[in-house]
Design a protein around this ligand. Structure first.
Ligand code: ADP
Ligand code: MG
Length: 700
């Protein structure tokens, strides 16, 4: 069923309507009446004759018709019986405002389950319990105790916190933000954030979907749905609290580097969701998305009446990775001709401190029609002669003339610019306290455009030996072994097209030397024990052994020393392995988030990865473009490309490794965590080698 009955009901009953001041049951009726709700309002209370001038009904049945929406505000212990009544009369939509359910513990949870069971059986959709209600200003519907309806506007807001919503309402009034819908979902026992956001995604009155979320109910569905919504409209979310995935003990580098927040970052990225760290930034972005066109490109021009703020804006543009627009000769000529000779006619364009609105308007008109300019930031400081209001009006006029380029304003100051700021905001040109905020907003808009225009996601499938991997994993799970050791991990990798170094296990020094002779020098030796996870930590890795003697010595030393460091470790022998020379060490890994699935990791630095923490995460399955994008997100990406005469490495080969890993972990949900560390990559045209690997599995 659609959620229309919640957003556009023709009649609303309030069960628990009250005459008592300060009671929620009264506030809801007051909200409906004073908001001017055009439909029927039915207060229900057996002990009252009338509430807010409306006749009161003893129960739902006695209303005589079935209300489209029922708002329930009775004490928790009565909610179940009211829900039964709703079922009996055929109600299909209810908002349970009442708190005291699952949020208070086991007893409340049970009560909530009972209520929801009744609702489910009767096909009643429920918002709440423990919520603030719903506001739809455009329909004059205020079924909440959040106070007066906000202004009508393009933002559809969903909040898991009712209290925050009240603060947002107040802030919105002060900042001229209008809403299509505001809804508090409380314990979201039935209707959840995803359903609401999907509805807002389809709603013509909503141009920006915004929200505050603490938890996400269904990770997989969330990603898929949100990707669809973001394709149409920007989604601005504040997300607090982690997934808890990072809290579990991790046995891999990837697991320990995947923090609480990683999963959210990754899925927000995939779904095109714009993450906001505060209501302030959410409003900053929202006003731009609602009122301004998306920037056609990243080239920004700045018009200012003050040098310092102009430079600050230019700095921010540079820092945020936007492009400083180069004005055409024609634009410069027109500016030179018409502005005072002291004015700066190059970007940032300085119209000088004594500029009145006409100079701003002229400069704006000229710059906006320059084909090399995608967006303009208008900066102003209120100097003695500045006519702030007229200038604001001039900016609005110019914006109207060229509606396909993004215009943001940053009038700096406090009292002197307050009125002009309001005029700008109400006229649809977003105004920012600082040039930095304007630039950040512009950057966010550009990123959103890039996301929307991203190439169609095509995940490449490589021919692999899936059966082989299945067998190895099955064998481990059957025996209850969760850690797949190096040798078998490498068999798995080989089955998925990775190259691993040749090697064999030796159980005596002589045998080790024999294997080394066969492999050719230099060789690497590694302790072979199912109990030792990080071999180098215990002196269990020796590289660059160049002769049979060195091999035999290394063998003896390991067998002698390691049991002292790790008493009780079951040592099966020593692996003698061919040594890969040169190349750069990187790590490829995966950590499976219980809600969102496999998070792939790419990082720099092999064994030092946890120190450098220079890593990037992405959700599998991954495309070739995304895999490359992962690499560019690391700080040390330049090292991969080659710097200062140092040869770079084969970037496409790393990207292919990430894609193969992606295919492996997508095919086997039993793989919980894994590292390929190091993954040694050489110059272009060489094949990277998976030198070490660890895979841990669990039954699904
Ligand atoms: P662990 O991670 O358990 O300590 P590794 O097998 O990853 O053990 O080895 C540790 C380090 O030794 C690697 O990061 C790499 O620098 C080096 N190394 C190990 N094996 C080889 C090899 N075959 N060729 C080149 N270097 C190697
Ligand atoms: Mg290693």
């Amino acid at each position: 069923m659609s959620l229309d009955l919640f957003f556009d009901p023709k009649s609303v009953a309030v069960v628990g309507a009250s005459r008592q001041k300060g009671k929620v049951g009264r506030e809801i009726v007051v909200g409906l009446v004073s908001g001017g709700f055009p439909g029927k309002i039915f207060p229900v209370n057996p002990n009252a004759e009338e509430v807010e001038g409306l006749p009161c009904h003893p129960d739902l049945k006695s209303i005589g018709t079935v209300p489209d929406l029922v708002v329930i505000v009775v004490p928790p212990k009565f909610v179940a019986s009211v829900m039964k009544e709703c079922a009996a009369v055929g109600v299909k939509a209810a908002i349970v405002i009442t708190a005291g359910f699952k949020e208070i513990g086991a007893e409340g949870r049970q009560l909530e389950d009972t209520v929801m069971q009744i609702a489910r059986r009767a096909g009643i959709r429920v918002v709440g319990p423990n919520c603030l209600g719903i506001m739809v200003p455009g329909r004059k519907l205020n079924a909440s105790f959040g106070g007066d309806l906000p202004a009508i506007g393009g933002v559809g807001y969903v909040s898991q916190s009712g209290a925050l919503l009240i603060a947002i309402l107040d802030m919105a009034r002060a900042n001229d933000i209008g809403f299509s819908t505001m809804i508090s979902i409380g314990n979201k026992s039935d209707v959840d954030e995803l359903e609401i956001m999907s509805a807002l995604g389809q709603d013509d009155q909503t141009s920006v979907v915004a929200g505050y979320l603490e938890s996400i109910t269904d990770g997989d569905r969330f990603v898929r749905q949100m990707e669809k919504i973001s394709q149409d409209k920007p989604v601005l979310l504040i997300k607090s609290g982690g997934t808890g995935a990072g809290a579990r003990a991790a046995s891999s580098h990837t697991g320990s580097l995947a923090g609480n927040e990683t999963a959210y970052e990754v899925i927000f990225d995939r779904a095109g969701i714009i993450r906001c760290d505060s209501v302030r930034t959410q409003f900053d972005y929202a006003q731009a998305f609602v009122h301004q066109p998306l920037p056609p490109g990243r080239r920004v021009a700045v018009i200012t009446n003050a040098g310092g703020p102009g430079i600050m804006t230019a700095d921010a543009i540079e820092r945020k990775g936007l492009t400083f627009a180069r004005l055409t000769d024609e634009t410069i000529a027109r500016l030179t001709e018409n502005l005072p000779s002291a004015a700066n006619v190059n970007n940032p364009i300085d119209v000088l401190g004594d500029a009145l609105h006409d100079r701003y308007e002229f400069a704006l008109d000229v710059v906006l029609s320059d084909p090399g300019v995608d967006a303009v930031i208008v900066v102003l400081t209120p100097q003695a002669m500045t006519d702030c209001m007229e200038t604001a009006a001039a900016v609005l006029r110019a914006a109207k003339k060229i509606p396909d380029k993004t215009i943001l304003a940053s009038f700096l100051g406090g009292l002197k610019i307050a009125e002009a700021a309001r005029l700008l905001r109400r006229g649809g040109v977003p105004q920012y306290d600082s040039p930095e905020s304007a630039v950040t907003t512009l950057r966010v808009m550009c990123d959103y455009v890039a996301w929307r225009n991203r190439p169609k996601r095509v995940v490449k499938l490589f021919p692999v030996n899936r059966r082989k991997v299945e067998q190895i994993i099955e064998r481990h799970l059957r025996r209850g072994v969760r850690e797949i050791a190096e040798m078998e991990s490498k068999e798995i990798l080989e089955a998925y097209g990775f190259v691993t170094p040749k090697g064999m296990i030796a159980t005596s020094a002589e045998q080790a030397a024999g294997i080394a002779d066969q492999l050719g020098y230099p060789v690497v030796m590694k302790i072979w024990s199912p109990d030792i996870i990080h071999k180098s930590d215990v002196g269990g890795v020796k590289v660059a052994l160049n002769s049979p003697q060195q091999v035999m010595d290394a063998f003896d030393l390991m067998i002698y020393r390691i049991p002292k460091k790790m008493p009780g470790a079951d040592i099966h022998g020593v692996l003698v392995q061919e040594m890969c020379k040169g190349g750069m060490e990187v790590i490829l890994g995966m950590n499976r988030d219980p809600h969102f699935g496999p998070l792939l990791m790419f990082g720099m630095g092999g064994v030092t990865v946890e120190v450098l923490k220079d890593v990037a995460f992405y959700l599998a399955p991954i495309t070739a473009e995304e895999a490359r994008d992962m690499l560019t997100r690391t700080k040390a990406y330049q090292l991969l490309e080659g710097v200062r005469g140092q040869e770079g490495v084969d970037i496409a080969a790393i990207a292919e490794g990430i894609q193969r890993l992606s295919q492996l972990v997508t095919a086997f949900s039993e793989i919980r965590e894994m590292d390929i560390n190091p993954f040694v990559v050489g110059p272009e045209g060489t094949t990277p080698v998976a030198v070490d690997a660890r895979i841990s599995v669990e039954k699904t």
